[in-house]
Design a protein around this ligand. Structure first.
Ligand code: PHE
Length: 458
């Protein structure tokens, strides 16, 4: 077996290209839409702190492990793991990791596309000046109006699914690199501008305090599980996305540094989004706990009030669509290359099948905001259930299996020769986290949040 195998789907042109693509995957609706609203629902500062700890001690180590698997396997997630398991004389049942990932990716994409559709609708509204001088009440009823209309949601969801399918049909790398390099910095600049606006116009002191002052009295195991799930979701972990992107890495590129850069950028964007949103939520009398509509209602109030808000808001939503789009490409790519490699079909066919599946499943999310809002699975709407199942169960489960597989079942020499972590302290910390801390922490949090008590540990 040749040592320097490459992926048959091509390679990134440089390290920067990989960083950009991985950041494009990580930074998305998870940072700007989901992070603020779940922070709002879970009490603020303590949640943010737990989230950051999860990123540092669990997320980053798993990210290294996942990219390692992809870079070594060079195939779709299922086949990559099987290839590595074979070489390490381990059971081929570990392929399950890849399967969980592919399923999770499509399930996430099914509702991700619907929310991306909201972003598209808001781009049009902002561009046409519908938001000018809107107040909090107006913003709330405008949001309610949109989500109560299944036809409109379906139309936007369909458009988003088609765009995603077209890009992946062309191949991930053509176009993606050059687009990310321009648009990501632009998104960051607009986000900073929003933070400044919100510092001047919003209740910055209280918004800031809400987000950064930890009040542990509200923290339960469920809070911790949600923070953990969000770390997986936001860093695109546990579902094969980074495995696939890792498989396009050329062999001489170092994994650890690149992962730390991607995780830091992702966390900065989420924190900035929070700082931009909370001061406005407070100053305009909106509810912290209003859920998935939070950014759409606060941002519209902000854009409606700011000078040049029409142009600025339009640009912001366009960039958000773009961020959602680069993430959705990575959600669908594992299934696409699996279809191509397994069934020997063309990329175009694979793109149609995968995007079509996510589109069809997305109808469940669409109706959960209107005609089907009464349909409950374990007391959750279809959207809430899909989100809970993927973020809080499937991704962490994929993560545990990855840490056990990489941490315990692959020979140390093989890992060391690939990861090449020079500092002894960092290397020992990575092993400690991958072998012990991450799997045990994730298992304890999941068991407790799901109602099984592990009192011995507390
Ligand atoms: N990380 C993306 C976001 O924050 C979503 C995502 C999850 C992408 C899992 C790929 C895999 O929006």
């Amino acid at each position: 077996m040749a040592i320097n195998r490459t992926s048959s789907h091509g390679e990134w042109s440089s390290r920067t290209a990989f960083i950009l693509a991985a950041t494009g995957s990580a930074v998305g609706l998870g940072n700007i839409w989901k992070f603020p609203y779940i922070t709002g629902e879970n009490g603020g500062g303590a949640f943010v702190l737990i989230y950051i700890l999860c990123v540092l001690f669990i997320g980053i180590p798993i990210m290294l492990a996942e990219v390692y698997l992809g870079k070594r396997g060079r195939l779709n997630p299922i086949a990559s793991i099987k290839y590595i398991a074979d070489r390490e004389n381990r059971s081929k049942n570990w392929q399950l990791i890849g399967l969980i990932g592919i399923v999770a990716g499509i399930l996430i994409l099914s509702y991700y596309g619907v929310i991306a559709g909201w972003t598209m609708a808001y781009t049009v509204r902002t561009a046409f000046g519908t938001l000018n001088n809107i107040d909090a009440l107006g913003a709330a009823s405008m949001f309610a109006d949109l989500v109560s209309d299944p036809e409109r949601l379906l139309a936007w969801h369909t458009i988003f699914s088609i765009i995603t399918a077209i890009v992946v049909a062309k191949g991930v790398k053509s176009g993606l690199e050059s687009a990310v390099v321009r648009l990501m910095p632009a998104l960051l600049v607009l986000l900073l501008a929003l933070v400044i606006f919100s510092a001047i116009e919003g209740d910055f002191y209280n918004g800031f305090k809400f987000m950064l002052y930890p009040d542990f009295s509200q923290v339960t195991w469920t809070t911790v599980l949600i923070a953990l799930g969000q770390a997986f979701f936001s860093l695109s972990l546990g579902m094969g996305a980074l495995m696939v992107y890792g498989s396009y890495l050329s062999s001489e590129i170092s994994i650890p540094q690149t992962c730390v850069i991607v995780a830091s950028l992702d966390t900065i964007v989420a924190l900035l989004a929070g700082l931009a949103i909370f001061p406005i939520v407070i100053s305009s009398g909106l509810e912290m706990t209003q859920g998935p509509g939070l950014i759409f209602q606060t941002l519209t109030v902000a854009f409606g009030a700011m000078p040049g808000g029409q142009l600025f808001g339009t640009l912001f939503f366009i960039l958000l669509i773009f961020a959602a789009w680069t993430s959705s490409i990575s959600l669908i790519e594992p299934m696409i290359i699996w279809l191509i490699e397994k069934y020997n079909i063309s990329r175009i066919k694979a793109a149609i099948i995968a995007a079509g599946t996510a589109w069809l499943l997305g109808i469940g999310t669409i109706i959960s905001f209107n005609v089907g809002s009464e349909i409950k699975i374990f007391n959750m709407t279809i959207f809430e259930f899909l989100d809970y199942l993927t973020s809080n169960i499937l991704l962490p489960m994929g993560g545990i299996l990855i840490t056990i597989f990489v941490g315990w079942l692959i020979s140390k020499e093989n890992i060391d020769s690939e990861l090449k972590i020079k500092s002894r302290v960092l290397k020992a910390s990575w092993y400690f986290s991958t072998r012990i801390l991450a799997p045990i922490a994730v298992i304890i949090v999941m068991l407790n949040a799901l109602g099984f008590s592990t009192n011995i540990f507390l």
